[in-house]
Design a protein around this ligand. Sequence first.
Ligand code: AMP
Ligand code: ZN
Length: 465
Amino acid sequence: MTTIKLHNSKTRKKEVFIPIDPDNVQMYVCGPTVYDRAHLGNARPVVVFDVLFRLLRHVYGDAHVTYARNFTDVDDKINARAAESGREIGEITAETTQWFLDDMGALGALEPTHMPRATQYIPQMIAMIEDLIARGHAYAAEGHVLFAVDSWREGYGQLSGRSVDDMIAGARVEVAPYKKNPMDFVLWKPSDAEQPGWDSPWGRGRPGWHIECSAMSHDLLGESFDIHGGGNDLMFPHHENEIAQSCCANPEGEFARYWLHNEMLQVEGKKMSKSLGNFFTVRDLLEQGIPGEVVRFVFLQTHYRKPMDWTEKKAREAEKALERWSVYGLDHSGRQPDNEVIAALADDLNTPKAIARLYQLEKERDFDGLVASLDFLGVSTMNFALQMRGLNTRLYQTIDGVLLLSLKAKLVDARNSAMETKDFAEVDRLKSAYTEAGLEVRMSKTGVELVPGTGFDAAKLEGLE
Ligand code: AMP
Ligand code: ZN
């Protein structure tokens, strides 16, 4: 069995991954707050943990991996969006949830096994909060319930490597009169008549941000599970608070054993922000005619623990490589991904190394291995080719992309067999049929290129065997 190594943020070391139960490997990843289209940065954790999900399924078997990713559908940003647009909260969250699934699907992300929505887990959150109060880790004050960090000084801050005192000194924390310690964080807060709220032992209110992940992961995965992931912006306070809640409510459990954090995405070397005008959504890119496979391929070129820079140049280069490789995808028949690609991924998700190996496979002319490995990485050459047909991109402005790709595949195949048999009759027959139809055929050692001339007439190639 392949040995997987993962960098565990908790120990700050790369460790051999040993699941609690190899028959049911369990992973939880913090998902989006649903009030708007996902921006490109939001897609990074989705792609990173999708690669890990695929790797775990490959190693332990599809039926032996459980992946949960939540939707935060109760949040003050959602309330604000509802207030400014005059729309119902439920309508906004349902629409945004579907957008997210569509956009991430376009990036080749598999759907997680469970996609819990926070509003469906309010009773579990209330039960966990009551338990924390009973165990002396939380207290109610003025309609709020707060987690008392002093009750767990020994554990609080371990993930982010800070002590409670350092945090108080360094943080600009909101000092609310009902807090015993400025670092205490909200588990439950009161709602006014306009705000969404649920009845609770502390009056009508709604959960704080962090409790949902503790309650949902406990309900779906139990008190100990294997992997917890998210962006490194979530390490503090969100993940630190999740750990405090879960470990104090379930002291017999370990909560998550391996913590993985992806670094942030930037655009052309700058932080993505609305004021810099470089803020865009995944949908914006798709609508500009950049296929999801290109976006994913660019993402994979950077290791998840390094900041990643989205640039147009990278997108163009990725498009060129996929255009070349799509030719081989048309009659690909279920080969296993390349061993070196798997080995690179098993080494703390070394996707840049896996991508480098793809170029090597191209050089070695192992096209089945290349396409199977691309598929394994979630980059479907078939989907890419289909999109090229649907989109009027710069590569295929006047002709049907799939037709061109299949013509090219046919010629490449013919040439490959001719190399062995030394009989070039079929190659010559295809070449003259293509030329006749107005395609310029360029053949060199490195490959085949078909350039449609101004008089190109695809109809002339109909029925060509
Ligand atoms: P948010 O909607 O801000 O709660 O973020 C949802 C997810 O997207 C979290 O896992 C964040 O870590 C992640 N995220 C937000 N911005 C970026 C970024 N620029 N690069 C990578 N991940 C991001
Ligand atoms: Zn979370």
